[in-house]
Design a protein around this ligand. Structure first.
Ligand code: NAP
Length: 313
């Protein structure tokens, strides 16, 4: 008998996150069978070449047929389309979940279309990279990263336990919170930083007094760390901002106020205030390292090449 938590897993959308789940679920023996669906025939073909699943489907409904767990791994704006497509095919008692970076909107888009005899438990693994597509995924993506689940009062405890075990089996730490709380927390920890990165890289690109080659050449001064975030998938992030509008606007308002305060402190030479803030922010970085959420190596662990030796005479 297999020790798998789910017999058939259906993954709808086999990009970075979907393919990472497929790899991690397989590697850790969490499922017996993986059915994969994707809108794009090219991506589906690539998933098959990579051997990510056991069956490949152009229709999300076909993949969801007789699945015990269906996970929508699509951009947040496509959540409703997936719910509509899978709903008539779901078997009673199946668990439906997702991985979207926004939760309130996903609940509003999916819940009305799902039958009452399935368990809908939204999820968000707080793990990712700036790359997209099935080649970008890897089995270790979720190891020691948080996965947030958003059950509600109606969620069956046994279904929740199975989904928690599934994420824990892929190496994730699991925390439960409401969809509203999730959206506010992620607005400050993820969505705002992405917006700042997109903005700062855009500003640099528009600066007329500094040439583009100078921006590239001297990027190690801090700019390049923003460019990694600003290289994230445009469709995904457009959807995040449109679907978490209220929480993002709320934290953006706070951010703008604080930015004005900083502007004032610089203008009036209030070095002590700047120093105090920079000391507090350093503590936050140290807290993240203590919690094991980043590597402690200097400069994000980038390899620094030794200075080349002068040619011997
Ligand atoms: P991705 O690499 O772009 O993959 C998404 C895949 O879903 C694409 O192959 C896309 O096909 C397909 N798709 C779109 N609509 C579909 C539909 N209606 N039915 C079936 N397939 C569909 O994206 P990702 O980075 O894995 O992100 C997926 C989700 O995970 C997003 O909701 C995102 O918010 C969340 N997330 C992402 C990260 C991250 O760092 N990337 C981290 C945590 C959570 P096309 O390309 O043809 O549209």
């Amino acid at each position: 008998m297999s020790d798998a938590i789910f017999s058939r897993l259906a993954i709808v959308g086999i990009g970075l996150i979907g393919s990472s789940i497929a790899r991690a679920a397989r590697q850790n023996g969490l499922v017996d069978e993986i059915a994969i669906a994707d809108l794009s025939p090219v991506i589906l073909e690539r998933a098959e070449e990579l051997g990510l699943g056991d069956s490949y489907h152009a229709s999300a409904g076909d993949a969801a047929e007789s699945a015990d767990l269906v996970i929508a791994c699509v951009p947040v704006g496509a959540a409703e389309a997936v719910a509509k497509a899978i709903a008539p095919h779901l078997k009673p008692g199946a668990i439906v979940s997702d991985v979207g970076s926004v939760k309130g909107s996903v609940v509003r888009q999916m819940r009305p279309h799902l039958p009452d005899n399935v368990q809908f438990i939204p999820a968000h693994p707080v793990a990712g990279t700036e790359y997209s597509g099935p080649d970008a995924g890897f089995a270790e993506l979720f190891v020691n990263r948080w996965s947030i689940l958003c059950p509600d009062e109606a969620t069956d405890v046994r279904a929740l336990d199975r989904l928690v075990a599934f994420w824990a089996g892929m190496g994730a730490n699991v925390e439960c919170m409401s969809a509203e709380r999730h959206d506010l927390v992620l607005a400050i920890t993820s969505h705002l930083p992405h917006l700042i990165a997109y903005n700062i890289v855009g500003t640099a690109a528009d600066l007329e007094k500094v040439t583009e080659s100078e921006v590239m050449k001297f990027s190690a001064g801090g700019f390049r760390d923003f460019t990694r975030i600003a290289a994230s998938d445009p469709t995904m992030w457009r959807d995040v901002f449109l679907h978490n509008r209220d929480a993002v606007l709320e934290v953006l308002g706070r951010f703008q106020e604080d930015l004005f305060a900083l502007q004032r402190q610089i203008r009036w030479g209030e070095g002590d205030k700047l120093y105090d803030l920079f000391t507090r922010t350093r503590t936050i970085r140290r807290g993240i390292l203590t919690l094991g959420q980043d590597a402690p190596e200097a400069d994000f662990g980038r390899a620094h090449r030794p200075v080349p030796k002068a040619p011997s005479e």
